[in-house]
Design a protein around this ligand. Structure first.
Ligand SMILES: Cc1cc2nc3c(=O)[nH]c(=O)nc-3n(C[C@H](O)[C@H](O)[C@H](O)COP(=O)(O)OP(=O)(O)OC[C@H]3O[C@@H](n4cnc5c(N)ncnc54)[C@H](O)[C@@H]3O)c2cc1C
Length: 561
């Protein structure tokens, strides 16, 4: 039943921007005057467990009038009673009005204070959105979710950029969550609008556009930045990295109008970029600092089989070679603009995709747009021995670095990545972090499987089902070059206390190396026949005693079952 209005005092008896306490129907209610407007909240502050709110300081946070508790300084919305720092500590708000200069209050609360908390996600990529997906599954109403993405796209499968570049998939094929999905799930999405500042005291984030949003919980999922070699000429038109759709767009544009590509980096990304550009008709040379490819995943034997196989497809290699300069020159006319010499692959542009899916977002500036005039462009790559090779596209695929600048600027503890505990919480308990931007137990990860494990643990903690713990991951890798089967996991090189079982069948192009220590699989490299990769990986992660299987281990799971 609604209570009746109770007269408190004349408006003039309350100082501007101050509060008074009154007993209304046996409840202590704090009444605040802001200009000629009045608000009423519980006087009891649950944080300090005392009737003190009427003595709090008045102000506003992003336009919302608030009172700061005089004891612990938590802020309460004068409109809803919501505690900005911790919604669980919210107080009740009451109807209050001024009539003919007199203040009236009713003791029936306006409504229960807003308990739905606000989760803001920085980074609309694979790890951040996996947290959102898992959270919506297990606690769909726990949060109002807002996502900020620096890219102009909805969430897409970054792993599949390589098949898009190679013309094996379209951009539409790789969308994970369409704009419609966000609308249906009630997730507010800002694209093309990176967060530029986090105010941890006020619990707000500020986007480049100036938008400011409050959070109760914040999730950092800012991924990595590609490493750009600090050599002269690195900023020349025609020099790109391989990280996002915009990069793919730039490479496809270059493949339409230019001929010679140099990929710096003979790791997984570099080889996938090189393969894609080859399929787009370019003449591609891979430049690698070491004399063996994918040294983090392959031993020498597998690496040389891989190189041979890629050479047969038309890739060229220059290794070991240390790049010291990207040399510029007048942009050659776009003489090869019309027809790829090899592969005859055509691909739509990522920016077409952004136009289709995000009509509100400005188009990304694809590299190569507006070129063709006499502008300077990359012409060659120079090495430390003084030699040069021609290049009108250079792809830097020399590794990645966790993107921690924003976290650092907010005063969060960072080392190589943002430091998190086993619940994916940073040193600020209201801020979580997942994905490539994270450093957990001294490890950073650049593959999706561990990041999804992190995301799942993080979601359960955000949902307050805090049961899971992330304790680190063993990883396995495959190369996405059609027709080349390669698998690598764990410690594939081994050490003085391990032994290696090796099978090599050069004629069939098959190579297997299983590293064993104390009757446990520690690592594996497979080339040519990878169907048993998941089985070896399972033996490895489960630490299974392979003593009884040892003599048949190399032949695969079919032989031991
Ligand atoms: C070409 C390519 C091929 C790959 N192939 C494989 C593979 O075969 N297997 C595998 O396991 N892994 C692969 N990976 C790695 C895998 O894609 C990544 O590990 C994964 O995408 C990382 O997820 P993330 O959410 O941490 O980062 P991302 O997916 O990079 O997402 C981070 C997002 O945050 C945005 N962002 C950054 N700063 C801000 C800010 N201040 N405000 C708002 N948004 C911001 C970024 O723009 C980005 O969209 C590949 C990666 C690439 C580039």
């Amino acid at each position: 039943m609604k209570s009746s209005w109770t007269f408190i005092c004349d408006l003039d008896e309350v100082f501007h921007d101050c509060g008074v306490a009154a007993l209304v129907d046996d409840k202590q209610i704090a009444i605040f005057r802001v200009g000629d407007q009045v608000y009423a909240l519980d006087n009891y502050d649950p944080n300090s467990e005392a009737n003190v709110l009427a003595r709090g300081l008045l102000g506003d946070i992003n336009g919302e009038p608030v009172v700061a508790s005089p004891v612990y300084k938590q802020h309460f919305s004068l409109i809803s009673g919501r505690c900005i720092e911790d919604p669980d500590q919210s107080v009740l708000a009451y109807p209050a009005r001024v009539q003919e200069g007199r203040i009236w209050v009713r003791s029936t609360p306006i409504r229960a204070a807003q308990r739905t908390r606000r989760l803001v996600v920085i980074g609309n990529g694979m790890a951040g959105m996996k947290v959102v997906e898992d959270l919506l599954q297990i606690a769909p109403t726990a949060y109002e979710v807002t996502v900020f993405g620096a890219e102009p796209h909805p969430n897409y499968n970054r792993i599949l950029l390589s098949p898009v570049l190679a013309g094996e998939k379209t951009v539409q094929d790789i969308v994970l969550n369409s704009f419609e999905w966000y609308r249906e799930k009630g997730v507010k999405l800002y694209v093309d609008d990176p967060i530029v500042a986090i105010d941890r005291r006020r619990r707000t984030v500020t986007a480049k556009s100036g938008t400011v949003v409050n959070y109760d919980r914040l999730l950092l999922a800012t991924g990595s930045n590609p490493i750009v070699l600090p050599v002269p000429g690195k900023d020349l038109p025609g020099v790109v990295t391989f990280r996002d759709l915009q990069d793919v767009d730039a490479m496809l544009e270059a493949a339409r109008t230019h001929k010679k590509a140099v990929v710096i980096g003979g790791g997984l990304l570099g080889l996938e970029a090189a393969h894609g550009l080859l399929k787009q008709g370019m003449d591609v040379t891979v430049v690698h600092l070491l004399d063996t490819l994918m040294e983090r995943q392959l031993d020498r034997a597998a690496a040389s089989m891989l190189k041979e196989s890629l050479e047969k497809r038309g890739l060229k290699f220059l290794m070991p070679a240390k790049t010291v300069e990207i040399v510029g020159g007048p942009s050659p006319a776009a003489s090869l603009a019309t027809s790829p010499a090899r592969g005859e692959v055509r691909q739509e542009r990522a920016s077409d995709f952004a136009t289709t899916l995000s009509p509100d977002s400005p188009l990304p500036q694809g590299e190569g747009q507006g070129e063709g005039a006499a502008a300077e462009r990359v012409r060659a790559v120079r090495f430390d021995d003084g030699s040069e090779i021609e290049a009108d596209l250079v792809v830097m695929a020399a590794g990645i670095r966790p993107n921690v600048e924003l976290a650092k600027s907010a005063g969060l503890r960072c080392d190589r990545g943002v430091l998190v505990n086993d619940t994916m919480q940073t040193f600020d308990p209201s801020i979580y972090a997942v994905g490539e931007c994270v450093q957990h137990r001294n490890s950073t990860y650049g593959l999706i499987a561990p990041l999804f494990e992190q995301a799942n643990v993080c979601a359960t903690h955000l949902a307050e089902f805090g049961i899971g713990r992330y304790t680190g991951s063993l990883i396995s890798t495959q190369l996405k070059v059609t027709g080349i089967d390669l698998f690598s996991a764990g410690d594939f090189l081994g050490g003085p206390t391990s032994e290696a079982l090796v099978l090599r069948d050069a004629k069939r192009g098959i190579y297997k190396r299983i590293v064993i220590e104390k009757n446990r699989v520690r690592g594996a490299v497979l080339y040519g026949d990878v169907k048993d990769g998941p089985w070896y990986f399972e033996l490895m992660t489960q630490g299974q005693d392979i003593g009884p299987l040892r003599d048949k281990l190399l032949f695969g799971s079919a032989f031991v079952k």
